[in-house]
Design a protein around this ligand. Sequence first.
Ligand code: ADE
Ligand code: ZN
Length: 326
Amino acid sequence: METPDGAPILPKAELHLHIEGTLEPELILELAARNGKVLPHPTLAGLRAQYQFTDLQSFLDLYYANMAVLVTEADFADMTRAYLGRAREAGVRHAEVMFDPQAHLARGIPLTTAVAGISSVLADSFDEFGITTGLIAAFLRDRPEDDALDVLGQLLAMDAPIIGIGLDSAEVGNPPSKFIRLFDRARDAGLRLVAHAGEEGPPSYVWDTLDLLGAERIDHGIRCVEDSRLVERLATGQVPLTVCPLSNVRLRAVDTLAAHPLPQMLASGLNVSINSDDPAYFGGYAGANFAALVDEFGFDADTLERLAGNSIRSSFARDARKEELL
Ligand code: ADE
Ligand code: ZN
Protein backbone atom coordinates (compact mmCIF):
# COMPACT_ATOMS: atom_id res chain seq x y z
CA MET A 1 0.00 0.00 0.00
CA GLU A 2 1.18 3.53 -0.74
CA THR A 3 0.33 7.08 0.23
CA PRO A 4 -0.96 9.38 -2.57
CA ASP A 5 2.63 10.65 -3.06
CA GLY A 6 4.01 7.14 -3.45
CA ALA A 7 5.62 6.56 -0.03
CA PRO A 8 4.97 3.09 1.37
CA ILE A 9 2.51 2.80 4.25
CA LEU A 10 4.28 0.74 6.88
CA PRO A 11 2.36 -1.78 8.96
CA LYS A 12 2.21 -0.44 12.48
CA ALA A 13 0.53 -0.71 15.86
CA GLU A 14 -1.42 2.07 17.51
CA LEU A 15 -0.83 1.96 21.25
CA HIS A 16 -2.16 5.29 22.46
CA LEU A 17 -5.70 5.92 21.29
CA HIS A 18 -8.76 7.02 23.24
CA ILE A 19 -11.77 5.64 21.42
CA GLU A 20 -13.91 8.54 22.64
CA GLY A 21 -11.36 10.84 20.99
CA THR A 22 -12.21 9.34 17.60
CA LEU A 23 -15.74 10.80 17.67
CA GLU A 24 -15.70 12.98 14.57
CA PRO A 25 -17.94 16.10 14.59
CA GLU A 26 -20.16 14.58 11.87
CA LEU A 27 -20.75 11.47 13.97
CA ILE A 28 -21.39 13.60 17.07
CA LEU A 29 -24.21 15.40 15.23
CA GLU A 30 -25.57 12.13 13.82
CA LEU A 31 -25.63 10.46 17.25
CA ALA A 32 -27.13 13.58 18.87
CA ALA A 33 -30.00 13.48 16.35
CA ARG A 34 -30.44 9.72 16.80
CA ASN A 35 -30.66 10.08 20.59
CA GLY A 36 -32.63 13.32 20.74
CA LYS A 37 -29.78 15.19 22.45
CA VAL A 38 -29.60 18.96 22.06
CA LEU A 39 -25.98 20.08 21.81
CA PRO A 40 -24.70 23.50 22.90
CA HIS A 41 -23.22 23.83 19.38
CA PRO A 42 -25.71 22.05 17.13
CA THR A 43 -24.14 22.81 13.72
CA LEU A 44 -21.00 21.38 12.16
CA ALA A 45 -19.41 24.82 11.82
CA GLY A 46 -20.38 25.77 15.37
CA LEU A 47 -19.03 22.53 16.78
CA ARG A 48 -15.80 22.69 14.79
CA ALA A 49 -15.20 26.22 16.04
CA GLN A 50 -14.83 24.79 19.57
CA TYR A 51 -11.73 22.78 18.60
CA GLN A 52 -9.22 25.41 19.71
CA PHE A 53 -7.32 24.36 22.80
CA THR A 54 -4.99 26.18 25.15
CA ASP A 55 -3.98 23.19 27.27
CA LEU A 56 -5.04 19.65 28.22
CA GLN A 57 -7.95 20.78 30.41
CA SER A 58 -9.50 22.96 27.71
CA PHE A 59 -9.58 19.89 25.46
CA LEU A 60 -10.87 17.57 28.19
CA ASP A 61 -13.83 19.89 28.82
CA LEU A 62 -15.02 19.48 25.21
CA TYR A 63 -14.07 15.79 25.03
CA TYR A 64 -16.21 14.92 28.07
CA ALA A 65 -19.09 17.19 26.93
CA ASN A 66 -19.23 15.53 23.49
CA MET A 67 -19.50 12.08 25.07
CA ALA A 68 -23.13 12.97 25.93
CA VAL A 69 -24.13 11.66 22.47
CA LEU A 70 -22.94 8.12 23.31
CA VAL A 71 -26.01 6.45 24.75
CA THR A 72 -26.65 3.00 23.29
CA GLU A 73 -24.47 -0.01 22.56
CA ALA A 74 -24.90 0.78 18.86
CA ASP A 75 -23.44 4.29 19.39
CA PHE A 76 -20.29 2.84 20.96
CA ALA A 77 -20.12 0.22 18.22
CA ASP A 78 -20.50 2.77 15.40
CA MET A 79 -17.74 4.94 16.88
CA THR A 80 -15.42 1.94 17.17
CA ARG A 81 -16.12 0.74 13.63
CA ALA A 82 -15.44 4.22 12.22
CA TYR A 83 -12.07 4.31 13.99
CA LEU A 84 -10.99 0.91 12.69
CA GLY A 85 -11.80 1.92 9.11
CA ARG A 86 -9.64 5.03 9.39
CA ALA A 87 -6.85 3.22 11.21
CA ARG A 88 -6.71 0.58 8.48
CA GLU A 89 -6.13 3.29 5.87
CA ALA A 90 -3.20 4.58 7.94
CA GLY A 91 -1.54 1.16 7.97
CA VAL A 92 -2.54 0.23 11.54
CA ARG A 93 -2.58 -3.57 11.86
CA HIS A 94 -2.78 -3.85 15.63
CA ALA A 95 -4.54 -1.37 17.94
CA GLU A 96 -4.74 -1.16 21.72
CA VAL A 97 -7.74 0.99 22.36
CA MET A 98 -8.42 2.89 25.60
CA PHE A 99 -11.86 3.83 26.86
CA ASP A 100 -12.93 5.87 29.90
CA PRO A 101 -15.45 3.73 31.85
CA GLN A 102 -15.84 6.27 34.68
CA ALA A 103 -16.80 9.05 32.26
CA HIS A 104 -19.71 6.97 30.96
CA LEU A 105 -20.84 5.72 34.38
CA ALA A 106 -20.90 9.30 35.63
CA ARG A 107 -23.39 10.12 32.85
CA GLY A 108 -25.64 7.26 33.87
CA ILE A 109 -24.57 4.92 31.08
CA PRO A 110 -24.25 1.34 32.36
CA LEU A 111 -20.78 -0.17 32.13
CA THR A 112 -22.18 -3.06 30.10
CA THR A 113 -23.42 -0.67 27.38
CA ALA A 114 -20.00 0.89 26.80
CA VAL A 115 -18.07 -2.37 27.14
CA ALA A 116 -20.41 -4.43 24.95
CA GLY A 117 -20.65 -1.73 22.27
CA ILE A 118 -16.90 -1.32 21.92
CA SER A 119 -15.86 -4.93 22.45
CA SER A 120 -18.43 -6.39 20.05
CA VAL A 121 -16.70 -4.53 17.23
CA LEU A 122 -13.17 -5.24 18.49
CA ALA A 123 -14.03 -8.95 18.60
CA ASP A 124 -14.47 -8.93 14.80
CA SER A 125 -11.75 -6.37 14.02
CA PHE A 126 -9.39 -8.84 12.38
CA ASP A 127 -12.03 -10.36 10.12
CA GLU A 128 -13.53 -6.99 9.18
CA PHE A 129 -10.45 -4.77 9.05
CA GLY A 130 -7.37 -7.00 9.30
CA ILE A 131 -6.53 -5.33 12.63
CA THR A 132 -5.89 -7.27 15.82
CA THR A 133 -7.04 -5.33 18.87
CA GLY A 134 -7.05 -5.13 22.65
CA LEU A 135 -9.14 -3.01 25.01
CA ILE A 136 -7.64 -0.97 27.87
CA ALA A 137 -9.76 0.57 30.65
CA ALA A 138 -8.31 4.00 31.40
CA PHE A 139 -8.99 5.53 34.81
CA LEU A 140 -9.50 9.22 35.40
CA ARG A 141 -6.71 10.55 37.59
CA ASP A 142 -8.71 13.63 38.64
CA ARG A 143 -11.15 11.34 40.48
CA PRO A 144 -10.53 9.50 43.77
CA GLU A 145 -8.65 6.20 43.71
CA ASP A 146 -11.56 4.52 45.52
CA ASP A 147 -13.81 5.31 42.56
CA ALA A 148 -11.30 3.72 40.18
CA LEU A 149 -11.00 0.64 42.44
CA ASP A 150 -14.77 0.29 42.49
CA VAL A 151 -15.03 0.47 38.69
CA LEU A 152 -12.11 -1.93 38.18
CA GLY A 153 -13.90 -4.32 40.54
CA GLN A 154 -17.06 -4.06 38.42
CA LEU A 155 -15.12 -4.68 35.20
CA LEU A 156 -13.47 -7.76 36.69
CA ALA A 157 -16.77 -9.04 38.11
CA MET A 158 -18.43 -8.79 34.70
CA ASP A 159 -15.43 -10.43 33.04
CA ALA A 160 -15.01 -7.47 30.70
CA PRO A 161 -12.65 -8.36 27.83
CA ILE A 162 -9.91 -5.89 28.83
CA ILE A 163 -6.20 -6.60 28.45
CA GLY A 164 -5.02 -3.83 30.74
CA ILE A 165 -5.57 -0.56 32.54
CA GLY A 166 -4.38 2.97 31.86
CA LEU A 167 -4.40 6.32 33.65
CA ASP A 168 -5.52 9.49 31.88
CA SER A 169 -7.28 12.88 32.25
CA ALA A 170 -5.87 15.94 34.10
CA GLU A 171 -2.28 15.11 34.99
CA VAL A 172 -0.86 18.01 36.98
CA GLY A 173 -1.89 17.80 40.65
CA ASN A 174 -2.91 14.14 40.29
CA PRO A 175 0.39 12.28 40.72
CA PRO A 176 0.92 8.56 40.16
CA SER A 177 1.29 8.02 43.92
CA LYS A 178 -2.50 8.47 44.18
CA PHE A 179 -3.07 5.19 42.29
CA ILE A 180 -0.71 2.63 43.82
CA ARG A 181 -3.52 0.36 45.10
CA LEU A 182 -5.30 0.52 41.72
CA PHE A 183 -2.22 -0.65 39.84
CA ASP A 184 -1.48 -3.34 42.45
CA ARG A 185 -5.04 -4.65 42.08
CA ALA A 186 -4.82 -4.68 38.28
CA ARG A 187 -1.43 -6.42 38.36
CA ASP A 188 -2.84 -9.07 40.72
CA ALA A 189 -5.68 -9.60 38.23
CA GLY A 190 -3.13 -10.31 35.48
CA LEU A 191 -3.76 -7.09 33.57
CA ARG A 192 -1.15 -5.13 31.60
CA LEU A 193 -0.29 -1.68 32.95
CA VAL A 194 0.11 1.61 31.07
CA ALA A 195 -0.24 5.22 32.21
CA HIS A 196 -0.06 8.76 30.88
CA ALA A 197 2.91 10.60 32.36
CA GLY A 198 5.09 13.52 31.38
CA GLU A 199 2.53 15.02 28.99
CA GLU A 200 2.01 18.17 31.07
CA GLY A 201 3.33 16.70 34.30
CA PRO A 202 7.00 16.85 35.39
CA PRO A 203 9.68 14.17 34.95
CA SER A 204 9.12 13.06 38.57
CA TYR A 205 5.69 11.76 37.48
CA VAL A 206 7.41 9.54 34.91
CA TRP A 207 9.81 8.18 37.56
CA ASP A 208 6.89 7.46 39.92
CA THR A 209 4.82 5.88 37.15
CA LEU A 210 7.64 3.39 36.66
CA ASP A 211 8.71 2.91 40.27
CA LEU A 212 5.43 3.20 42.21
CA LEU A 213 2.91 1.95 39.65
CA GLY A 214 5.10 -0.48 37.73
CA ALA A 215 3.74 0.73 34.39
CA GLU A 216 5.06 -1.19 31.39
CA ARG A 217 4.51 1.69 28.95
CA ILE A 218 4.42 5.45 29.34
CA ASP A 219 1.81 7.35 27.34
CA HIS A 220 3.43 10.58 26.08
CA GLY A 221 6.50 10.90 28.34
CA ILE A 222 7.84 13.83 26.34
CA ARG A 223 8.91 15.84 29.41
CA CYS A 224 11.49 13.13 30.17
CA VAL A 225 13.97 15.18 28.12
CA GLU A 226 14.18 17.64 31.03
CA ASP A 227 15.90 14.99 33.19
CA SER A 228 19.01 13.31 31.75
CA ARG A 229 19.02 10.57 34.41
CA LEU A 230 15.45 9.71 33.46
CA VAL A 231 16.34 9.59 29.76
CA GLU A 232 19.17 7.19 30.63
CA ARG A 233 16.81 5.00 32.65
CA LEU A 234 14.21 4.92 29.86
CA ALA A 235 16.84 4.20 27.21
CA THR A 236 18.54 1.44 29.21
CA GLY A 237 15.24 -0.28 29.93
CA GLN A 238 13.89 0.45 26.42
CA VAL A 239 10.67 1.54 28.14
CA PRO A 240 8.08 2.20 25.43
CA LEU A 241 6.94 5.83 25.12
CA THR A 242 3.78 6.32 23.07
CA VAL A 243 4.32 9.78 21.63
CA CYS A 244 1.49 11.76 20.00
CA PRO A 245 3.02 14.68 18.04
CA LEU A 246 -0.14 16.36 16.71
CA SER A 247 -1.78 16.09 20.13
CA ASN A 248 1.21 17.75 21.78
CA VAL A 249 1.03 20.66 19.33
CA ARG A 250 -2.74 21.12 19.63
CA LEU A 251 -2.69 20.97 23.45
CA ARG A 252 0.28 23.31 23.56
CA ALA A 253 2.53 20.82 25.34
CA VAL A 254 5.05 22.06 22.74
CA ASP A 255 5.00 25.46 21.03
CA THR A 256 5.34 24.06 17.50
CA LEU A 257 6.04 20.72 15.87
CA ALA A 258 9.53 22.01 15.06
CA ALA A 259 10.12 22.37 18.80
CA HIS A 260 8.94 18.83 19.57
CA PRO A 261 11.54 16.75 21.45
CA LEU A 262 10.96 13.66 19.26
CA PRO A 263 14.23 13.97 17.27
CA GLN A 264 16.14 14.37 20.54
CA MET A 265 14.33 11.36 22.00
CA LEU A 266 15.28 9.25 18.99
CA ALA A 267 18.89 10.44 19.17
CA SER A 268 18.97 9.40 22.85
CA GLY A 269 18.02 5.86 21.89
CA LEU A 270 14.53 5.94 23.40
CA ASN A 271 11.87 3.44 22.38
CA VAL A 272 9.27 5.80 20.90
CA SER A 273 6.22 5.04 18.79
CA ILE A 274 3.88 7.44 16.99
CA ASN A 275 0.21 7.54 17.93
CA SER A 276 -2.85 9.68 17.37
CA ASP A 277 -4.28 10.02 20.95
CA ASP A 278 -7.62 11.72 20.09
CA PRO A 279 -7.46 11.96 16.30
CA ALA A 280 -10.87 13.58 15.78
CA TYR A 281 -9.72 16.51 17.93
CA PHE A 282 -6.07 16.92 16.98
CA GLY A 283 -5.97 16.95 13.20
CA GLY A 284 -5.67 13.36 12.17
CA TYR A 285 -4.99 9.67 12.54
CA ALA A 286 -1.69 7.79 12.57
CA GLY A 287 -1.08 8.62 8.90
CA ALA A 288 -1.41 12.36 9.49
CA ASN A 289 0.99 12.17 12.44
CA PHE A 290 3.62 10.37 10.34
CA ALA A 291 3.09 12.76 7.42
CA ALA A 292 3.56 15.80 9.67
CA LEU A 293 6.81 14.34 11.01
CA VAL A 294 8.14 13.69 7.51
CA ASP A 295 7.22 17.25 6.52
CA GLU A 296 8.78 18.84 9.58
CA PHE A 297 11.84 16.69 10.22
CA GLY A 298 12.39 14.96 6.87
CA PHE A 299 12.60 11.55 8.56
CA ASP A 300 14.16 8.97 6.24
CA ALA A 301 12.89 5.44 5.55
CA ASP A 302 15.07 3.95 8.31
CA THR A 303 13.64 6.28 10.94
CA LEU A 304 10.07 5.60 9.82
CA GLU A 305 10.75 1.87 9.95
CA ARG A 306 12.25 2.21 13.40
CA LEU A 307 9.15 4.06 14.64
CA ALA A 308 6.75 1.55 13.10
CA GLY A 309 8.85 -1.37 14.39
CA ASN A 310 8.90 0.10 17.90
CA SER A 311 5.11 0.27 17.91
CA ILE A 312 4.81 -3.40 17.05
CA ARG A 313 7.54 -4.57 19.46
CA SER A 314 6.03 -2.47 22.28
CA SER A 315 2.52 -3.82 21.79
CA PHE A 316 0.84 -6.49 23.88
CA ALA A 317 0.11 -8.53 20.74
CA ARG A 318 1.01 -12.21 20.72
CA ASP A 319 4.59 -12.95 19.62
CA ALA A 320 3.39 -14.68 16.43
CA ARG A 321 1.38 -11.57 15.47
CA LYS A 322 4.36 -9.31 16.15
CA GLU A 323 6.56 -11.47 13.93
CA GLU A 324 3.95 -11.35 11.18
CA LEU A 325 3.90 -7.55 11.31
CA LEU A 326 7.63 -6.89 11.66
N1 ADE B 1 -7.89 11.72 27.71
C1 ADE B 1 -8.03 11.72 26.39
N2 ADE B 1 -6.92 12.22 25.81
C2 ADE B 1 -6.05 12.51 26.81
C3 ADE B 1 -4.74 13.03 26.86
N3 ADE B 1 -4.06 13.37 25.76
N4 ADE B 1 -4.17 13.21 28.05
C4 ADE B 1 -4.83 12.90 29.16
N5 ADE B 1 -6.06 12.38 29.17
C5 ADE B 1 -6.67 12.19 28.00
ZN1 ZN C 1 -3.86 10.11 25.70
